[in-house]
Design a protein around this ligand. Sequence first.
Ligand code: NAD
Ligand code: DAU
Length: 342
Amino acid sequence: MRILVTGGLGFIGSNFIRYMLQTSPEIRIINLDLQTYAGNPENLKDVSGDKRYFWVRGDISDPAIARQAMAGCEAVVHFAAESHVDRSILDPGPFLKTNVLGTQVLLDAARAEKVKRFIHVSTDEVYGSISGRRRSSEKDPLFPNSPYAASKAASDHLARAAFITHGLPVIITRASNNFGPYQYPEKALPLMITNFLENKPYPLYGDGLNVRDWLYVKDHVAAIAYVLKHGEVGGIYNIGGDTSLKNKELVSCVRKIMGISPSLVASVPDRLGHDRRYALNDSKLRKLGFKFAHPFEKALFETIEWYKTHESWWRPLKKSDGYAAYYQKQYEKGTVPFSEIR
Ligand code: NAD
Ligand code: DAU
């Protein structure tokens, strides 16, 4: 089977490509990735010589490139996106272009190329902040709160519309917070681990009581591969982590494993519009037969080990000027000097 993966140089896409190459000997993978700040060829260095894998550098919102890359593919697995909430608050433009327009361009190309499966990879953030002990199920309405979440919700609607209007065989997956190897060190967990390794404070937003459900990326990519094979066309599948933690609790787990003092946790002003809690009901995926394989504690331990042993991967990313400049604004009113955090 020949498949198009979009955004395969990013965190989850690269883990997905590696998983598919390991588990599907007959697979051929075209990876369409623009190599934005988050796209890193180093993420797939170990498989770059594999003849079953080919990277096309290009923008998903370019219709000609999208069609060219998709030609002859049976399936599309669409990861490419602007993915960081904080960046979407500072500058939503790229989120609209890639996440909304880019997704529509791919859906149109998939229709023209008559692909047999289009997996649209989405997020629990589209359901918005969930109160009490509730968990979002696939039939819940969407109430996105950040520009990132709104752009993903728009792309979910477009994907569903392509199924209803044109019969395009779309399946939507919505996952909770991923963690694991190759995650760009702007996201909470890799930022926390690498800051601790550098003996720098981790900036904890607001009161630290926001709840996220943590999903190991290796379970996420296995679930996507499972849905690609067994999912019902037109269906939506939540992929949860079953590990709900307040941000404070997560920091505590990491501190304990790494032997870090509480003084390296710095309270900073809250993220604007910070969603209090996400939680997914993923019984539909479990009923389909998918089994999660990675318990949280072991996966967290392995992830910390990975960042400890891959300094040459993350150090250059943290040093890049663009990265630092982007966040400076966010911390200039904070309680901690920016230079100590990043
Ligand atoms: P990422 O930011 O690590 O990677 C995104 C990739 O997309 C990069 O390789 C980048 O170069 C590429 N890209 C961006 N714009 C592009 C464009 N216009 N054309 C081609 N390529 C482009 O993201 P991630 O964390 O791996 O997330 C992947 C997908 O999974 C996203 O759709 C995201 O919304 C979704 N998701 C992420 C999480 C999470 O916790 N990280 C959870 C649920 C869902
Ligand atoms: O829920 C799935 C989503 O998870 C994905 O769709 C997004 O692409 C992904 O970025 C992630 O979004 P979050 O905003 O939940 O993740 P982030 O890692 O940015 O933050 C996790 C929590 O930690 C959140 O409550 C904000 C908080 N945080 C984050 C950072 C970067 C801090 O307290 N300090 C920080 O420096």
